[in-house]
Design a protein around this ligand. Structure first.
Ligand code: GTP
Length: 235
């Protein structure tokens, strides 16, 4: 079986790296995620990763704080996560390059679109850190923007929940689970899958989003093979 996609963006939330700890980086959780990514990488898929920072800091953690400052702190958190992922992937023998949207040359390469694409062509995973480098934009928006820039075929939005629901299934047992949605559904119903900026960017650039849970160990592979898991959001 061939992978369905040649080039993808995997969006990992910061919380995904925290695992059962709920905060920071859980080594065995990150290892499990990286082993899955390696498996897919070895099928020949070109993979770029956008990572969030919520396991260290969320914009809203800085309530009462200047919003831009809180967002810049969040961007720094994504850099910590990117370096952590890089380390584990390299330990597994996967070549990785981290690029940051905010220049910090001593730590990682700056984001350069053409170089990122070249890295992918040379069979390296590229991790995009520090969001898009501007406050008021989320790492979901980063995933959408980078996907458009590098011509990724799909965004694999790995979550702690297995699909999109109309309300929180943890608190509402009647919550309706969706297997397919349009961008307009997400926007009109205010579904909390991605923020509206990220959703509209995907809509305008015809980039499908597959939302799925990281709880099942083979889900990244299943997503890449085109299996019907989670919720697909497209036109
Ligand atoms: P090519 O040789 O162009 O195929 O790519 P390469 O990434 O192997 O070569 P390069 O010489 O650009 O990078 C070598 C190593 O240095 C890689 O691990 C890069 O991630 C890293 N690197 C490149 N540029 C920078 C930078 O500006 N800052 C930091 N910290 N590392 C960098």
């Amino acid at each position: 079986m061939e992978p369905k996609y040649k080039r993808v963006i995997i969006k990992l939330s910061g919380e995904a790296l925290a695992g059962p700890d709920g905060h920071g980086i859980n080594t065995s959780t990150v290892l499990t995620i990286c082993e899955q990514i390696k498996e897919v990488f070895e099928l020949g898929v070109e993979i770029a990763i956008v990572v969030g920072g919520g396991n260290f800091w969320r914009g809203r953690s800085g309530e009462g704080m200047d919003k831009s400052t809180a967002d810049y702190m969040g961007m720094l958190a994504t850099v910590i996560n990117a370096l952590g992922l890089q380390d584990v992937l390299e330990e597994l023998g996967v070549p990785v390059r981290v690029q940051t949207a905010i220049e910090m040359k001593q730590i990682a390469e700056p984001y350069i679109r053409r170089k990122a694409i070249r890295h992918l062509e040379k069979r390296r995973i590229v991790i995009f850190a520090s969001g898009i480098g501007s406050p008021f934009f989320t790492t979901d928006t980063t995933a959408a923007l980078r996907a458009a820039e590098i011509d990724a075929e799909i965004i694999l939005l790995a979550k702690s929940i297995d699909a999109v629901y109309d309300s929180d299934p943890l608190t509402n047992p009647e919550a309706k689970r969706y297997s397919e949605l349009t961008y307009i559904d997400v926007l009109n119903q205010g579904l909390k899958v991605m923020d509206s900026t990220a959703t509209s960017l995907c809509m305008d650039n015809h980039i499908p989003i597959l939302v799925f849970g990281l709880n099942e160990p083979k889900n990244i592979l299943r997503a890449i093979m085109g299996e019907k898991i989670g919720t697909i959001i497209q036109e």
